[in-house]
Ligand binder design. Structure first.
Ligand SMILES: [Zn+2]
Length: 449
């Protein structure tokens, strides 16, 4: 039986075939050098960070696209680029689904028509749907930051980055969860993930001592993730606490663990020291295993997020820890609003950043400003990324990926155009840097061939 909206969708599709469609990903008239724009358009990207959702039949029930899904929080003031009346949505809907919106934001009836238009493509593509989405955005490989991969989100087009914040919280979290409404929601999600990690090593509760916890839970979890194809592990720690990781000795951490293990509402100051120890332990193990560490480094979703706590500069003691120099760190989202602080940290040999999320919400001209500064100083440390994510009914991971890919390429084009016009670099060097940002730096970082 035909879906009631399919007939409408067919009408829309027929109607739009008579409209001259803008080529997908076409550059807006920003004054980008045409040769540089053509080079950038010809390159298939490695997307360092995104959250693809499983294709049908699992698309509606899939929650593994994030360990801390941010769609159920108290309202915040959304940036323009995430609002349902963002005009760029029209371009993405037209390019992906041949869907024309009469007005923005969509009313309930138009939303149903959009969903029907999406369903037509999903039905046509089946399990190939996620790969099809990448093709529309000129992306060869996408890092899927998910609790787990699944049917249709698999290698080689998708690479896995799991979440490991839960490993830092082996004790009762009710005391630290009570600080804000967001944390009250997030910590039980971390507790659930930790229970999964414990059950994967056949445990029901964290072991009695810290050395046992490290040996029986933390290291085996990281090794299991590595064996499962992970290229990095992700920390959303800025949603849970600040980046101010101190450096307690193993003896101090062991004593705290022994004192607090199994007790309700452990002392917050002691618990923080234990988290600090565990973060460095995980980072050191990741270096041994050849896993990079991805850190959410940007103002985050939710009106209670501590932006000051996510200042990249607070990570400097971690980056300066000589025992962590074998661990590569990627500051996801380029540190916004602390973009200069983040850029300065690229001086550390094991530190990189990507432009995920910024590429969604910061328009190309503005993003090109600090992107240029980074490319003028450390061009081998900057990675293309989208943060395609199911933000809302209007802005799915598919639209977000498409919009961010176009915007990021425009920003890159603007930055390189400026550098060529000001005589800083040659045209061939601009092409080289485009390759580096779009996939070469990621190839080197993850040692891809
Ligand atoms: Zn993300």
């Amino acid at each position: 039986m035909a879906h009631p909206f399919l007939n409408f969708v067919r009408l829309v599709v027929v109607a739009t075939t008579f409209v001259r469609l803008a080529p997908a990903q076409q550059s807006a008239p920003l004054g980008i050098d045409p040769e540089i724009a053509a080079t950038i358009a010809s390159l298939k990207a490695f997307d360092n960070h995104a959250h693809p959702v499983l294709p049908p039949p699992s698309d509606k029930s899939d929650r593994n696209f994030d360990a801390l899904p941010v769609d159920q929080m108290e309202p915040q003031t959304d940036p323009i680029g995430l609002r349902p009346d963002d005009p760029r949505l029209r371009d993405a809907w037209r390019a992906l689904w041949h869907f024309e919106a009469a007005s923005l934001p969509l009313d309930a009836a138009a939303q149903k028509q959009l969903e029907a238009a999406r369903a037509v493509v999903k039905a046509r593509e089946g399990l190939n749907f996620s790969r099809w989405v990448l093709d529309q955005s000129n992306i060869a490989t996408m890092v899927a930051n998910r609790v787990s991969l699944g049917p249709g989100i698999a290698e080689p087009r998708f690479r896995w980055v799991p979440y490991d914040d839960a490993l830092l919280f082996p004790l009762d979290t009710t005391g630290i969860a009570s600080v804000t409404p967001d944390k009250k929601q997030f910590y039980p999600l971390e507790d659930r993930l930790r229970a999964q990690y414990l059950s994967a090593v056949n445990l029901k509760a964290a072991p009695a001592t810290l050395p046992e916890y490290l040996a029986k839970v933390v290291t085996p979890t990281l090794e299991r993730e590595k064996a499962g194809g992970a290229i990095a592990v992700k920390f959303e720690i800025a949603y849970l606490r600040g980046f101010d990781f101190s450096d307690p000795s193993p003896t101090v951490a062991e004593k705290i663990y022994a004192k607090l293990q199994g007790k309700p509402r452990p002392d917050r100051v002691d618990y923080k020291l234990l988290q600090d120890f565990l973060f460095r332990y995980v980072a050191r193990e990741c270096g041994r295993l050849g896993l990079a560490i991805h850190v959410h480094t940007m103002a985050g979703a939710g009106s209670y997020f501590s932006i000051a706590g996510a200042n990249a500069m607070l990570l400097e003691p971690i980056f300066n820890d000589p025992t962590l120099r074998k661990t590569n760190f990627v500051m996801l989202h380029g540190g916004w609003p602390f973009v200069r602080e983040a850029g300065s940290l690229l001086q550390k040999p094991n530190v990189y950043l990507d432009i995920s999320q910024q590429s969604m919400i910061i328009p190309a001209r503005t993003l090109a400003g600090w992107l240029r500064e980074w490319l003028e100083t450390y061009p081998d440390k900057v990675l293309f990324a989208t943060d395609g994510y199911p933000y809302s009914d209007a802005l799915g991971w598919e639209e977000a990926t498409w919009i961010a890919s176009r915007n990021a390429r425009q920003a890159l084009g603007l930055a390189l155009t400026g550098m060529v016009r000001d005589g800083e670099i040659s045209r061939p060097r601009a092409a080289e840097i485009a390759v580096m940002v779009l996939h070469g730096n990621a190839d080197a970082l993850y040692q891809r061939r």
